[in-house]
Design a protein around this ligand. Sequence first.
Ligand SMILES: *Cc1c(COP(=O)(O)O)cnc(C)c1O
Length: 447
Amino acid sequence: MSALGKMKTALNKTDPQIYNFVKAEEKRLKDVLEIIPSENYISQAVKEALGSALNIKYSEGYPKKRYYQGNEVVDNVEILAQERAKKLFGVPHANVQPYSGSPANTAVYLALLEPLKDKIMGMGLGAGGHLTHGSPVSISGKYFPTAPYHLGKDGRIDYDELEKIAMKEKPKIIVCGGTAIPRIIDFKRFGEIADKVGAYLLADISHITGLIIAGVHPDPVAYVHVIMTTTHKTLRGPRGAILMVTEKGLAKDPQLADKIDKAVFPGLQGGPHDNQTAAIAVALLEASKPSFKKYGAQIVKNCKKLAEELIGYGFNLVSGGTDNHLILIDLSNKKVNGAIAALALEVAGIVTNKNAVPNDPMPPFYPSGLRIGTPAVTSRGMKEGEMIKVAKWINIVIEEVRGNELPVDKEKRSQFWREFKNRIVRNKKLLAIASEVKTFCSKFPLP
Ligand SMILES: *Cc1c(COP(=O)(O)O)cnc(C)c1O
């Protein structure tokens, strides 16, 4: 029996409740079309590293400079992860310790900004930025002044407006990247603007790392000072993040790497999760293979095909389409709210997430849009032909719930939502699609 098999048996014996939840989640993942653009499947190798003996050790500090004894093995693991990250991205410095993307971005601010004084200029949440790019509900917006930028009428970044805001607001750091950006990010232009105002430039490439590695999205390395990527999205690794400093970053600030390292530990975190570091190293190795280039290119091909088909069904895509792994649908013309659509799709076995669209008049719990993407279905081996079916199902589901408009009145809206939830989970048409989806998905095994 494999080590993994034994582990499951032990879990089943010790805690059948959790064991059953794990099994239920494995089944769910198999049976549904997972098209949330920030999610992906991991390989068995990544999983094995994650569930390994490397979970035990305390290793505060960095390789060869630890505060605990017994770190020879862990040092090797962390050095290997660093080396692989540096080589794959072409950077002189990598920190693989951040627990996840949010603490990684926070560490950058801690390293470079003075609280309540230095300004963060990131993309507004409604425009597709991340919470940690200066949203007022996040520590990034609570502890630092912010100057958000937004999108132009065409649903794309308006770089001229961005430059004007930067000139006026004089941010200490500009953040580019986001969570709902369907278009190529012009890192070169961002670099010119940051240089003009003397700001640090942080590229948060969490969503598009895999595409950059595959060469199907421009590379930020030459233009930015710091790069943050999560490791669990298009990179197909464990939850986690990597912070990197570029040559340009070191030229601007020779202390930059040191500042970032000190901010991660001891500034923000304690002991690194060495099992996570090992799993990141495995994911980086997998991403350095030629097959990963094909994978990244296929993600984009699938997404473009899906977009084309959806446009054919009259869907209104923010910015009119996609250049990457992600599609943002504005459902206003379909007379369906994003929350209603996402729930109905889930009943039909298609897992997406509701999302705000630029200048959304609706509150975040009931946004007007839907965010979808192709990284996970591409990991299962789906290609353009499969995307035609996916689009068809999406259209049938949306047509089924078209006209279920949310009342404006808050009280009535909550009541409508509760009633809708009860009703939609029993919808025969949607349940029939869920069963078709399940059969369809069974032909594409998980990695
Ligand atoms: C996912 C994401 C993050 C945060 O990552 P967590 O691991 O969820 O904390 C930060 N920035 C961007 C652009 C992301 O997409």
